[in-house]
Design a binder for this molecule. Structure first.
Ligand SMILES: [Fe+2]
Length: 231
């Protein structure tokens, strides 16, 4: 048998964040208060989840109730960078936006990506066993030499792909439990599973922006924020 070599993976990182039940309860109460104070409720349609960033609450990282959580987030981001063998000591890690989402019944979040940032995450503050998971869609599909094959419902029905594996999947459901954080490149297309009944599932998300600490002799990466100037 010949040799099979796989290249160019997408690396998604999952780890657990341990917060006390008391701390989590306070965060949940704060999020329900934000929901009550929604500033743009017409924006939300019946089938979509409540997303705090569209309702006037896009900076939860500036709310002290979430301080402990974001300390843990920082550790997880550094772990992710370590997995990719990226020297985080040369980089400055910013949070530019952070928010909560609440999914009730079959509400979901449609397919999207976060093109204004570099890394994104979902942390499950409240999640029951059957609640919706994240679904990632691969836009590169290097192995899809027959365009459309991997995600075609009709060819799926005919089982042209006999068995799904890492080499022939264009989308995956990423399972995670309450207390777990999932970190991924912001440019990755993702959504929450549709048609899954949620038991008031609450997640926290943020857009992480990464700049070089020192731009000298560096053609790429974002330059240090302290040297920027408003025109
Ligand atoms: Fe997202």
């Amino acid at each position: 048998m010949g040799q099979v070599l796989n290249f160019f993976p997408l690396t998604i990182f999952k780890s657990k964040i341990n917060l006390t039940n008391e701390k989590k309860k306070k965060m949940i109460e704060e999020i329900f208060t934000m929901e009550k104070k929604s500033k743009n409720i017409d924006y939300k349609n019946q089938s979509s989840a409540w997303t705090g960033d569209t309702q006037g609450f896009e900076y939860i990282h500036n709310n002290p109730i979430f301080d402990d959580f974001f300390l843990e987030v920082k550790k997880a981001i550094i772990e992710y960078l370590n997995v990719l063998e990226i020297d985080h000591n040369q980089l400055e890690i910013f949070i530019q936006r952070s928010w909560a989402t609440i999914s009730r019944e079959k509400e979901n979040i449609a397919l999207h990506k976060h093109l204004q940032s570099h890394l994104s995450f979902a942390y499950y503050l409240k999640k029951s066993e059957g609640d919706a998971n994240l679904l990632f869609v691969d836009e590169t599909k290097h192995n899809e030499f027959l365009p459309g094959l991997f995600l075609s419902p009709s060819s799926n029905k005919k089982e042209i792909i006999k068995k799904r594996n890492i080499a022939n999947s264009g989308a995956i459901v990423f399972e995670a439990k309450e207390d777990e954080i999932v970190i991924f490149p912001s440019k990755t297309s993702h959504q929450t599973q549709p048609n899954v009944k949620n038991n008031d599932r609450i997640s926290l998300s943020a857009d992480i922006f990464i700049a070089a600490k020192n731009s000298e002799n560096m053609e790429h990466l974002v330059t240090p924020f302290k040297n920027w100037k408003t025109l």
